[in-house]
Design a binder for this molecule. Structure first.
Ligand code: ADP
Ligand code: MG
Length: 323
């Protein structure tokens, strides 16, 4: 890419989101110089979004900038980490200033909300691909690992499930949601990383994961890594009115249980800490819902209100058993 194009691109990423004291040197040199606070562990996560694979090349660039950051911050949330710094690698087919302007606006809008600073990156020409690496801090021993769940732990999820999946269905023309589409479309395009929930959970919950592939699949990762199983009480799954209506019409549990992109957190909490966990979430007006329990028997059992089990499990079932 010509130097002038680099200059143009750098212009959009010279702003940095938040300005943090722990950044000694940010964008502009060969490396950033960063200071991890005394006594904290560094949590690091990276995700790549490829046009045509993870998003449509013609999608709204502002939403794309927002979501590229959101999915990475969600990984920090799932670890119980507080976000600090991000780097951004862009592969662009051309330097389109209108596109870059919108992309960076979406990206920095979310960065500012969570006090995250962009400290470096890379820019090259090629098929549209966006890689974000996120860095955060967590107290030693307090990270929410996938392999830490124990039989008897209570299973919680944040927010509500299935909105993003239903939005995708509606956008594909597979279901008509009518006036509610705008609200659930926002959940798909601009998911809110549950960072506050993750911070409260760190030190109280045992295991945690963010729901990128759907509850069945992602809870399956916790169960597989921890060598346990789980029982879910389906009437307790938090649903927005629009998903509740969809379920009443179709009985299609795949939407709340097996569609991805919700980016809510799934957490397992020892029973002895239930009260403290719920109180501390409520004190910050954070929404968490008790949906099930970890069991020693492997596999996932989804219990319907009449105590029958939902069988076969939708969508992510294979995933659950083979990964
Ligand atoms: P180098 O050849 O040393 O890698 P670059 O020209 O790639 O230098 O980058 C120069 C500076 O601009 C570096 O500090 C780099 O981190 C930053 N940078 C380049 N692209 C981006 C980007 N997309 N977002 C943020 N910072 C970037
Ligand atoms: Mg470089």
């Amino acid at each position: 890419m010509a130097l002038s194009e680099f200059e143009l691109i750098r212009e959009y990423f010279r702003q940095s989101g938040a300005r943090r004291d722990d950044v000694r040197l940010g964008v502009g040199d060969d490396c950033a110089l960063l200071r991890v606070p005394e006594g904290m562990e560094l949590a690091v996560s990276i995700d790549t979004l490829v046009a045509g694979v993870h998003f449509f090349a013609n999608c709204d660039p502002g939403d794309l900038g927002y979501k590229a950051l959101a999915v990475n911050l969600s990984d920090l949330a799932a670890m119980g980490a507080a976000p600090a710094w991000v780097t951004l690698a862009l592969v662009l087919p051309e330097s389109n200033s209108e596109w870059l302007e919108a992309f960076s606006r979406g990206f920095f809008e979310l960065a500012a909300v969570h006090g995250v600073q962009l400290v470096g990156g890379d820019t090259t020409r090629g098929p549209l691909t966006i890689t974000v690496q996120a860095h955060g801090f967590v107290e030693p021993g307090k990270a929410l690992r996938r392999d830490a769940a124990q039989a008897g732990d209570l299973i919680y999820v944040t927010g509500s499930l299935g909105d993003a999946g239903l939005a995708l269905k509606a956008l594909r023309g597979e279901y008509a949601v009518g006036a509610g589409l705008e609200a659930i479309r926002l959940r798909l395009d601009r998911p809110q990383p549950r960072l506050a929930e993750g911070r409260v959970a760190s030190g109280l919950a045992r295991a945690g994961i963010d729901l990128s592939d759907g509850l069945i699949s992602d809870l399956g990762h916790i169960c597989a890594a921890s060598g346990v199983g789980a029982r879910l009480f389906l009437e307790r799954i938090p649903l927005s009115p629009i998903v509740r209506h969809y379920l009443a019409e179709t009985a299609d549990w795949a939407v709340p249980l097996a569609s991805g992109d919700d980016y809510e957190l799934c957490l397992t909490v020892p029973q002895a800490r239930q009260e403290r966990f719920e109180q501390q979430m409520a004190a910050q007006a954070l929404s968490v819902h008790l949906i099930g329990v970890i069991e020693s028997q492997p596999g996932l059992r989804c219990q319907l209100p009449d105590n029958r089990l939902l069988e076969p499990l939708p969508g992510g079932y294979e995933h659950f058993h083979h990964e």
